[in-house]
Design a protein around this ligand. Sequence first.
Ligand code: NDP
Length: 230
Amino acid sequence: MAAAGGGSSCFVLGASGETGRVLLRELLARRAFARVTLIGRRRLSLGEAEAAVEQAVVDFERLGEHAAAFQGHDVGFCCLGTTRAKAGADGFVRVDRDYVAQAAELARAGGCKHFILQSSRGANAQSRFLYLRVKGEVENLVQAVGFDHCTILRPAVLLCRRQESRPMEWIAQQFLGAVARLFPTAYSVPVEMVARAMVACALQPGEGKVKVLENRAIHELGKAVPQQGT
Ligand code: NDP
């Protein structure tokens, strides 16, 4: 896969999370961007990778005061998110919708051309379910920002070895991990596929302003990207 242009720059929101961590690994291994900036609420210990990235620590409740962190990036990746169990309903809305939408606005103002959002299967602003409604709302808000390209990925259940304990998700993963052997693209997707699909979209945004990738398309795109070392 071709690397992005020599002077290109990207930022990642949510790089400490399960998808974001793998995304960062992919970005660095493929040398996809000349400059990679992690924007998060805390500084990450990245070992050897530390020298290869810049980190901007921001207060998401005062994101407007951190416009500089969003300046001068070509592409923005967003893997930010929390859960209702962790943050409560209001906290979930704040993180998954408000923080993301504000970040997208700042990114656009800073010159970002392509915003790549990890949303969710079933996202729908009219849904009765808070999770799906908020995901639908944030998709609409990010699209309305007016990027040259806006890519929205809608993965099904993420398959990963989550560091944080989420018992219900763990049970779903065990079940769906087994089902995935029969129906690999139906109900789940490994985070590696999501990360590779995100990188592929960044490097080849294609035609059109808005692209929505459902779970099957994420699998197809993720599979088409050669694994590192092959
Ligand atoms: P994680 O939950 O593993 O990571 C979330 C990221 O968001 C972390 O970097 C975390 O930072 C950051 N974050 C959380 N709360 C805050 C906050 N209050 N302020 C600032 N940063 C915060 O993400 P996943 O990889 O599991 O998921 C990524 C996205 O995909 C989410 O939007 C999720 O809803 C969506 N999704 C998840 C599915 C699943 O099966 N779990 C299925 C489909 C979509 P920190 O490390 O500092 O906490």
